[in-house]
Design a protein around this ligand. Structure first.
Ligand code: FEO
Length: 169
């Protein structure tokens, strides 16, 4: 049975995942406006992944006998100085997510909640990939900075990203 304390902490994480989705959707708007459809596609896939994360936590709270909640969110930026700035914000945001998931795991351990620990393990692994993919794009953007052709090539590469819901989820 999910404790009230862990339920409330997961509910806060649901809000954070929803806010992540909206942050990336607003970044999509920025890239659409900059005529970089590949970057926009990458952000749209990221948006869908974040909704999946939020729903995964939501479903867990319901299944574990808790009361899931949708907490309010203030809004997301849709303007950036450059693609590099947008991806630096992305990485910073993902690092915050990782730290939050770590704290949820600490709480689940403290409470001896084994089911919550198993659920959170998936997110710990997921965050390694989330940080790695944003970090890789930052390094590529740093390399092509000021080179329009390089930016367009990277845009074509990011256009290939496709949303695939995790198997068995
Ligand atoms: Fe749901 Fe990108 O962390």
């Amino acid at each position: 049975m999910l404790s009230k304390k862990l339920q409330d902490a997961i509910n806060e994480q649901i809000a954070f995942e929803i806010s992540s989705a909206l942050i990336y959707k607003a970044m999509q708007a920025y890239f659409e406006h900059e005529d970089l459809p590949g970057f926009a596609n990458w952000m749209d896939v990221q948006y869908q992944e974040e909704l999946f994360h939020a729903n995964r936590f939501f479903t867990y709270v319901c299944d574990a006998g808790g009361l899931a909640a949708m907490l309010p969110f203030e809004g997301a930026r849709n303007d950036y100085e450059s693609p590099l700035e947008a991806f630096r914000v992305t990485l910073d945001h993902e690092q915050q997510v990782t730290a939050r998931i770590g704290k949820l795991m600490d709480l689940a351990r403290e409470q001896g909640d084994h089911a919550a620990q198993i659920m959170l393990q998936w997110f710990i692994t997921e965050q390694v990939e989330e940080e790695a993919s944003a970090g890789l794009i930052i390094r590529k953007l740093e390399r092509v900075e000021g080179d329009g052709r390089g930016l367009l090539m990277l845009d074509q590469e990011l256009a290939q990203r496709v949303y695939t819901p995790p198997a068995g989820a």
